[in-house]
Design a protein around this ligand. Sequence first.
Ligand SMILES: [Zn+2]
Length: 217
Amino acid sequence: MNTKPSLELASLIEGYRRFRANGWNPRRERWAALREGQEPRVMVIACSDSRVDPAQIFDVDPGQIFVVRNVAAMVPPFETSPGHHGVSAALEFAVQVLRVREIVVMGHGMCGGCKAALTQELAGTEPGKGGFIADWIELLDGAREEVVHKHGTEGREAEKAMELAGVKVSLANLRTFPCVSELESRGKLTLRGAFFAISDGLLHVLDEESGEFSPVE
Ligand SMILES: [Zn+2]
C-alpha cells in the first residue's frame, strides 16, 4: 500500500499543523470543555460549494454552529417516504436534541446546483451520472417556473433569481416540519434566509415580509 500522502493530502496536513499550532494549542481548555458536549445556538444550512464555508464566513469556533451542507443548500419537505433522509435527520437533531434557537439557510452566488435546476441540464440522467443531483434539485422545480417566467433560463440575472428563490424554498420546506413550525409559532425558534457571494464578500439577509435580500451593514 502506498502510504505516501498525495499532494492534496499533504497540503491538508500542512493546514492541520497550522491549526494545531495557532488554533488548537493556545486554547486547549476551551476544547477540553467541548469534550463534554456541544451547545450550538444556531443551525446553518448551506451549499457544499467550496466557496461558502459557514464557519469561515461567520468566523466562528468549533462548537458554535451546527452545519448541514448539501447541493444548493436545500431542505426537503417533511416526508415519511422510505429512504435515507439525511437533512431531516440533522434537522431533527438540531431542533429536538440541541435545541438551537435559530436556523439560517444560506444560498450563494454562482451556485451550480441552482444553475442546473434552472437549465434542467441533468434531467433524465441516471443515478451516478447526474441523476442524484437532478432528483435532488427537483426540489427547486416549483420556484423555477416563476424565475423562468421572469428571467428565462440563462444569464446571471436568472441564475441569481434562482439562487435567492432556493433560499425561500428551503425556508418554506423547513416550516413543513411540525417540530419546526411549532417551535417557531411559540417564539422558540427563528428561521432566517441569507445569501453570500465570495466575489463581493457580502452577506445579504432576507426580509421575509418584503421578500427582499439586503446587504448587512
Ligand atoms: Zn451551490
